[in-house]
Design a binder for this molecule. Sequence first.
Ligand code: ACO
Ligand code: OAA
Length: 475
Amino acid sequence: MLSLTIPRVALRAVAPSRQLAAAAGASSVRFASTKSLKEAVAEVVPEKQEQLKKLKAEHADAPLGEITVSHLLGGMRGLKVMLWEGSVLDSESGITFHGKSIPDCQKVLPNADQIGGKGKEILPESMLWLLLTGKVPTPEEVKGLSQELAAKGKLPDYIEKIIDSLPKTLHPMTQFATAVAALNHDSKFAQGYSQGLKKADYWKPTLDDSIDLIAKLPAIAARIYYNVFGLGDGKQAIDSSKDLIANYSEMIGYGDNEGMIDYLRLYIAIHGDHEGGNVSAHTAHLVGSALSDPYLSYSAALLGLAGPLHGLANQEVLGWALAMQEAVGGGEASEEKIKEYLWSTLKSGRVVPGYGHAVLRQPDPRFTALSEFCKTRPELRDSSIVQLVQKVSQVAPGVLKEHGKTKNPFPNVDAASGCVLYQYGLTQFTYYTVIFGISRALGALPQLVMDRALGMPIERPKSMSMDSLKAFIKK
Ligand SMILES: CC(=O)SCCNC(=O)CCNC(=O)[C@H](O)C(C)(C)COP(=O)(O)OP(=O)(O)OC[C@H]1O[C@@H](n2cnc3c(N)ncnc32)[C@H](O)[C@@H]1OP(=O)(O)O
Ligand SMILES: O=C([O-])CC(=O)C(=O)O
């Protein structure tokens, strides 16, 4: 059990008994956290195991659809072939995290104001708790988790040396994946496995490794930022009174920028999970199914995230939007000029980055949430690049519909995420996907814990050659 000190200002949203304690006169109040994350997960695991047992016993043979040759040739779109507990993506309404939409999460998940910091957006710690347990944490539980992450956030010397030895010209995502993989040097899961750990206990060191990795991602990302761009102070110091992203912001030189800190919290919370089939999450699950430890599994996920059709699209969008700004002007650009620019991209055979989606058929609610954030801050409302990105989001769907190829002509999350970073002065857009990479761990690693708790098998679908397909169809 953790013991916390939370300033009085943070007590608005906590339980009445705690408000009473504050009213009793102390300028700060100490109370025990109701639960640690590990305790909360331990409560959920038997419930999930029971649910799986029932599912197998009652519905093992229920059909989930038909598989056709177009599924095999079309990237398996729409096939229901993975178990994923944290979130479900609906093609019309978008993502829900354990049944909660982004606006629901913004209402119920604790923010920095509620744990003694400053900020109104969802804390990534709160999202992590929800994704791992399916429960909304109390502010005290989030504060306890924040402190646990701060305590585990410092990098070992050997990781710092590995990062420092990489060429500055190596893409930040390659550096990120390298450092994350190398942390498996200290994996509790790998060590436990080699010492004969029982299968029923696999999830426990998987959870330990996952928390340790999530705690260290900001410092790895900040060290890469410092080495490649010379920004931040290069120390990656951690203040245990601050939340994960307040510390990360400090490390990359934004410690006194309230707008940027809260934007990063929202960004990292809502990019955390997008059900299981996307390239990064699926990769973590697949690699993890071979019982590779969380560091190796997540390193592989980062390499998938680094592809331009997936996470790297946020880097692509910004480069593309800046070139458009130069050609047609910023927020004042006419609709006609924007249309012409979109057509020139399409006619050159390129995709419009930030548009389209493998599942979504409506604007991405994450795009909407980030756009709403922009409306709340004058520095973003008045930004030429933010205004241009918003204008493009109104014009592009019509052009893409007329072009007639993409099944979804609407903006996805990557359309909006980079322009805000740019406006806040983080102009090094080859770094943008690294920030996405801090986030995706919040969803991919909880599923790995669940995979181990549920004893999920090694993933091994059947592949077919064209000849064997032909023979199979003939039969
Ligand atoms: C966090 C994320 O990962 S969100 C996605 C980020 N990626 C991007 O923004 C990159 C741009 N978008 C795309 O390339 C695609 O829309 C993807 C990769 C996201 C989804 O791909 P798919 O599911 O195959 O899309 P869809 O079924 O609509 O594709 C049909 C055709 O439309 C094209 N198309 C899809 N999106 C676009 C686009 N934004 N611009 C131009 N053409 C497009 C496809 O390239 C494909 O063309 P083809 O038949 O010549 O191969
Ligand atoms: O769901 C997908 O395929 C891509 C995506 O938006 C994500 O992973 O966040």
